[in-house]
Design a protein around this ligand. Structure first.
Ligand SMILES: Nc1ncnc2c1ncn2[C@@H]1O[C@H](COP(=O)(O)OP(=O)(O)OP(=O)(O)O)[C@@H](O)[C@H]1O
Ligand SMILES: [Mg+2]
Length: 891
């Protein structure tokens, strides 16, 4: 008996579910009685004895008997397969998950790592031998098995059963079905599905369906660890390999086929090609899944060079390389954030087949409410910005700091030792927010400046520790995780899914509108900040108000980080204030708010982080607090020239997202990823709720700006334009060929009565709008987040020249509105106001303002030298030559 009384019917039912044929089971029961173990043993040995012929016959019989799944058949099964042989691995899962045998009962210690595979049922022991010893039929290969067994079993039905049994879900989502259908038909597949939509199941199910191994390539040890832990809870054995794996026997065991799912980082995978080829021959590899596949692409937001080398998968696991394969082992690439460009790059870099199936789900998450709010994101704005959080989570009185601070003592020390004074306290819109030099530097909030090297990359030693999260794999070393044993036994599935109720997010507009009236349910908040210091400072602030908050960044002690993870998952922590190190794959259902406190570096990163909210389908908020008056800067990272350029483009897209006032936020986001958003609006973001601002006819302003630009390039004289009064003297033109926005606005203010009080910030917005309309272009060949040096376009010149009366109605953007709001009410009657009317006084004032200006950052001597060198007056001959060339070019 298998540890307890069990009837023949039960044994038959269990074994049928495991995939054995009815006839074989009945025969086995006749021979050994109602014992699953003995019956399995009997079938396996008799199959081996009879040269596997019998099982083929029965497979065919059962196929006709079951009569389903035939449409999936791609090729004839000419080889001999040992269904029993391959099903041994299903058995492994089965025993681990159902805990039916006495042996299993002793093996599985609740919550403890699974380290006693050696004492699994006797039938398994053959497969515990080193792979060189495995008795493998050379005709048995992963591909034909999949087709064979899945046809006979109706994979959809079987998958549903497994889903219910292991995960407690009633059905596969349609995109999961699509991805699995591609896999069943041996096709490569790219799965592009929203964050939290359930991509992992697409590669977990194949392991359960076939009993073969699924190899998952993942970028972070923490992510692998997290997933292994979850799988174990759902009764699926898994392990992760790589530098973070403390137990060196795990790798050998994995290569012998003892885990259903193996997580590896790309480097490890490349090292293990040979053993994996042997594994493909022995237990079989059902699938290679490349999770977070956007890491492959240089155009993505989280490029990892090692991911590019994963083309080795196609090279080494194809029919041309491995004779025993009948088709290439399928690749499944998964991500939540890939633009069209990134998708193309993935296909090419991984050498995916021409028939690759692209499974695309909507990126739209109807239960997420997006907001953008202006804030200086400095200490002085905490009170205003976190008022709501304190109201929700805070205890009644300001509490004893020490008692309630969820920052470990070590991190407290880090905080105390940091120079808090370096955190800017200003909340006002400064006329210097548009800093001419800003984009030449990589700078941050904390006055920490880092120069790029001449090749555009950033030297390692010059990187600030404040921002390094992108360059550090937070948990990549052995010490980082207290993993007593890096293997995860499939324990009997626990019904922990019942703890969190998952609802279908509202799809219909009326349902979404209803959300507006609903308060957010209870649940934790994650605040993402760009700097490590910021995490400490905000967490400390919140703790002082009794909020259970904790900081999380890569510099903090690992014990603290582990505690934060644990308490966050256990709902003990209310707010985690983190850098991007609190990273990919955080899968907690009830996160109610994701707050970004400072500009993210790309919309991809933003959407991925924001996507951690509301995975239970209930309403959740994604709020971006950013200093809208300031053009964001790139955080330091090692980048090639090409990557730097791309990084600027992505940051610029993100900046535009923040500046937008008229286009639904959700629509912007999903369209960014190439999706046609079928809804006009999400109805619940700030733009949809508040409505766009009133359109303004800015024709005069636009013409004035164009006129000033054209004048600089010497184009106004040959044109019949209305605004001929703005001119640059030739000296100015000679000294600086490219007119910066600042310079142009200064000219406009000086020479046009009407515009002398207008704010720089306002013109910045207009310049961006005009760039989008194609009237002006960036006149510099360097990278900028926002148009900086203005150049006219043909379309712009046409517009300038046209005598058409048509108005130019545009929606003012966020910076323009901000400028209007903070506009100083200069009265034309005040002395100050009158002074501005006088060109000489105005010139003096502007000059004084330039002088009074405090340096915003420590500028490196090297850069200053460069700038000085730029200012050296060129000789007359050179200037004339340049001007002549320019004019002839324009004519
Ligand atoms: N068929 C299903 N029915 C109901 N819930 C599901 C289903 N498939 C997956 N889920 C649940 O969806 C949640 C998210 O799953 P998963 O971590 O795989 O998401 P993901 O798409 O990989 O997200 P990310 O992009 O953040 O990695 C999990 O809690 C999972 O249990
Ligand atoms: Mg995932």
């Amino acid at each position: 008996m298998d540890g307890k009384e069990i009837s023949s019917d039960q044994v038959i039912a269990e074994m049928l579910e495991m995939g054995f044929e009815h006839a074989n089971v009945v025969e086995a029961l006749k021979a050994v009685g109602p014992s699953i173990n003995s019956a399995v043993e009997f079938i396996l040995t008799s199959a081996r004895r009879s040269g596997l012929r019998a099982s083929i016959t029965s497979t065919n019989n059962s196929r006709s008997h079951m009569g389903n799944g035939m449409s999936l058949r791609k090729r004839d099964l000419t080889s001999t397969h040992s269904s029993s042989n391959v099903r041994q691995s299903s058995m492994l899962d089965h025993f681990q998950s159902t805990n039916k045998s006495t042996e299993c009962k002793t093996d599985i210690v609740d919550g403890a790592p699974f380290n006693k595979l050696e004492v699994l049922p006797g039938s398994m022991s053959k497969h515990k031998e080193p792979f060189s010893d495995i008795d493998v039929d050379s005709n048995m290969h992963s591909g034909s098995y999949i087709v064979d067994s899945l046809q006979e079993l109706d994979w959809e039905q079987k998958a549903s059963k497994l889903l219910q049994k292991h995960f407690g879900f009633s059905s596969l989502k349609s995109f999961q079905k699509e991805a699995l259908t591609a896999w069943v038909t041996h096709r490569d597949c790219i799965v592009l599905a929203a964050t939290g939509s359930g991509k992992s199941l697409c590669f977990q199910i194949p392991a359960l369906l076939t009993g073969k191994v699924v190899v998952v390539i993942s970028p972070l040890i923490s992510l692998m660890h997290d997933q292994c832990l979850k799988l174990a809870r759902h009764g699926i054995s898994a392990c992760f390999l790589g530098s973070g794996q403390p137990d060196n026997t795990v790798e050998q065991k994995a290569m012998r086929g003892m885990y259903s799912i193996i997580y590896v980082c790309p480097e490890t995978l490349l090292r293990l090609i040979k053993p994996l080829q042997k594994l493909a021959k022995s237990r079989g590899i059902a699938l290679f899944a490349i999770d977070e596949v956007h890491c492959v692409s240089k155009w993505g937001h989280d490029f990892r060079p090692d991911y590019r080398r994963l083309s080795a998968l196609r090279e080494n696991f194809s029919t041309s390389k491995l004779e025993f394969l009948k088709f290439d082992i399928p690749l499944m690439a998964l991500t939540a954030t890939a633009t069209n460009l990134v998708r193309e790059d993935i296909l090419k870099s991984l050498c995916m087949s021409k028939e690759t199936k692209i499974v695309l789900t909507s990126f739209f998450r109807p239960n997420l409410r997006f907001f953008v709010k202006h804030s200086s994101t400095s200490r002085s704005s905490y009170g205003k910005d976190f008022q709501e959080l304190i109201k929700i989570y805070g205890r009644k009185q300001k509490t004893d700091k020490k008692k309630n601070t969820f920052i470990s003592e070590e991190s407290q020390e880090v905080f105390n030792s940091s120079d808090a004074s370096s955190i800017s306290d200003t909340d006002s819109v400064s006329p210097y927010d548009l800093d001419d030099e800003q984009d030449d530097y990589v700078e941050g909030d904390l006055n920490v400046l880092h120069l790029k090297s001449t090749d555009g990359s950033i030297k390692g030693k010059e990187l600030s520790v404040e921002y390094l999260e992108n360059d550090i794999d937070v948990f990549q070393s052995v010490d980082d995780w207290d993993v007593a044993c890096g293997e995860f036994c499939g324990q009997p599935p626990q019904k922990d899914w019942e703890l969190s109720e998952i609802v279908d997010p509202p799809k219909k507009p009326e349902e979404r509108l209803k959300l507006l009236k609903e308060p957010l349910e209870q649940g934790p908040t994650i605040i993402y900040v760009p700097t490590r210091k910021g995490t400490l400072s905000i967490a400390k602030y919140l703790c002082e108000f009794g909020v259970k908050a904790a900081a999380y960044n890569a510099s903090l002690p690992k014990s603290h980080l582990r505690r934060v993870h644990k308490e966050f998952h256990e709902n003990t922590l209310e707010v985690v204030v983190a850098t991007v190190a609190f990273g990919m794959g955080i899968d907690k259902l009830n996160v109610r708010r994701i707050i970004h406190y400072g500009w993210p570096q790309s919309l991809e990163a933003y959407y991925q982080e924001a996507g951690r909210a509301g995975r239970d389908g209930k309403l959740a908020d994604c709020i971006l607090y950013a200093k809208l008056s300031r053009v964001p800067s790139l955080l330091p990272s090692r980048r090639s020239d090409e990557q730097l350029k791309q990084a600027y483009i992505m940051l610029s897209d993100c900046f535009r997202y923040g500046m937008n006032t008229s286009y639904c936020r959700a629509k912007t986001l999903v369209e960014y990823f190439g999706e046609d958003f079928c809804n006009q609006k999400c109805l619940i973001c700030d733009v949809c709720v508040d409505g766009p601002p009133q359109m303004q006819n800015l024709k005069e302003e636009a013409l004035t700006l164009l006129q000033a630009v054209a004048a600089h390039y010497g184009r106004s004289s040959d044109m019949d334009c209305l605004y001929d009064d703005i001119h640059f003297d030739t000296e100015e033109r000679r000294l600086r060929e490219k007119p910066s926005l600042k310079m142009v606005v200064r000219k406009i203010r000086e020479q046009s009565q009407k515009f002398f009080t207008t704010d720089m910030l306002w013109w910045r917005g207009l310049a961006r709008v005009m760039e989008l309309k194609g009237y002006i272009r960036e006149g510099d060949d360097k990278n900028h987040v926002q148009i900086k040096y203005l150049g006219p376009t043909e379309l712009g010149l046409k517009f300038l020249n046209s005598s058409c009366e048509q108005a130019l109605y545009v929606y003012p953007e966020a910076d323009m509105l901000l400028a209007e709001k903070t506009r100083k009410p200069y009265s034309s009657f005040s002395d100050w106001g009158k002074g501005w009317a006088d060109p000489e006084i105005r010139r003096q004032r502007l000059e004084r303002m330039q002088h009074d200006r405090k340096p915003r950052m420590v500028k490196s001597p090297r850069k200053s030298r460069k700038r000085k060198a730029n200012k050296v007056k060129p000789d007359l001959k050179t200037c004339r030559g340049r001007l002549a060339a320019k004019l002839s070019k324009h004519k």
